[in-house]
Design a protein around this ligand. Sequence first.
Ligand SMILES: Cc1cc2nc3c(=O)[nH]c(=O)nc-3n(C[C@H](O)[C@H](O)[C@H](O)COP(=O)(O)OP(=O)(O)OC[C@H]3O[C@@H](n4cnc5c(N)ncnc54)[C@H](O)[C@@H]3O)c2cc1C
Length: 423
Amino acid sequence: MSSDPIDLDRIVIVGASLAGLTAAATFRAQGWDGDLVVVEASATMPSDRPPLSKQVLAGTLEPAAAISALTDRIDGLDVDIRLDHRVAGAGFAADDLRLKFFNDHEITADGVVIATGSAARWPAGFLVETEDSTANEPKYRPRLAGVHVIRTLDDSLALKADLDSGPNRLVVIGAGFIGAEVAATARAAGVDVTMVEYAPLPLARVLGGMVGEFVADLHRDNGVDLRLGVGLDEIVEGAPGRVGAVTLTDGSRIDADVVVLGLGAAPELDWLGGSGLVVDNGVVCDETLWAGPGVVAAGDVASWVNTLFGERMRVEHWENAIEQGEAAAKRLLAAGEGSDGEPFASVPWFWSDQYDCKIQMAGRPAADDEIVLIDGDPADRRFAVAFRRGDRCTGVFAANRPRIAVVARMRMAESLDWSHVVP
Ligand SMILES: Cc1cc2nc3c(=O)[nH]c(=O)nc-3n(C[C@H](O)[C@H](O)[C@H](O)COP(=O)(O)OP(=O)(O)OC[C@H]3O[C@@H](n4cnc5c(N)ncnc54)[C@H](O)[C@@H]3O)c2cc1C
């Protein structure tokens, strides 16, 4: 016991996706029976996101199943979900937590969970205001049809409809995980794919040479025209109002019927300006996910000190959103008991499916860590590498070697010592 207990009669969760709904389920699982409200910007229930670049895009998973994969978490629980409620601003003073909406309505809370995730990046100036945009609530759409990002179920279905309608020469800008998954799914459907990456290799900024070379070979062997070391210059109109080509920074031009932008995501923070919280590439939390009096954050939006790695990080992974949703809810309930809670220390975990390759990654490597092959051979598409920084193992990347990744993750949770993780 180290703080005055907070009287938690009403908790509001902002964001009804993975972190937010996991937090909601955790409050109920812990026996808290107060007034639980979840406010969500989207007018329809969000879906689980990993299938959006994989099975939903391929047509092997029904949209309803992608939604229920997420919403099953709160089935039968007493949770007041308010869709079409985008929070526009907030004021977080001790004992006075307020969330403001675009229609000037506001609600108060005794505790708040911030789970607003992240939004796909668009090139500057490419979004234009729509006809239903108002001074009070601006709304945007892409300047040209046929240009997509993938963040929501609607995004995935719109891209699928475009690819299904053919002719379809797809250009993917950005060879990160989501761009690479879209390329793989589209190739499996027989689409011509060109993938453009500004770095000299895919994933070069986070994972370094051997892994990037493996991903590049994987895509080339599956018929992707990979253009490396060159960036997007312009998205060019073809038929009126529709994309027809892209030009690249080396002066080349690629004709395109469909363009997917895999430029990464940015945390949803705009609404927190002037709220009293510190934001800096995420909601700045302490090691327990505590952001300010009565306010915790979880998932893609949370920046916290991971005591296992001894560094501040923000993680855009599915499993992190679940683990932090649970931990953040428990942290708030601990504050209700006057406790300062426990640090949230974790080994980040990510997977990606591309062609016949199941990729898994544990940890938080940096591109300049030493890469050591610990199993198999990239040429066989079955291998694992570990990342070394001094006497620490910062991560393990495995392709079609799931057990190695799982065991490495368990060992890293005990200690990052190199000889412990890679005996
Ligand atoms: C296409 C795709 C594929 C992926 N594949 C994988 C994968 O294979 N493996 C993996 O580990 N991870 C994957 N991820 C990442 C994973 O899905 C995310 O890390 C996870 O969804 C994060 O959950 P979240 O709840 O923190 O945020 P989000 O899922 O981003 O949800 C945030 C919610 O908050 C709402 N919101 C935002 N602003 C406001 C506001 N002002 N007011 C009210 N509501 C608001 C949003 O509408 C949204 O519903 C993928 C992501 C995408 C997009």
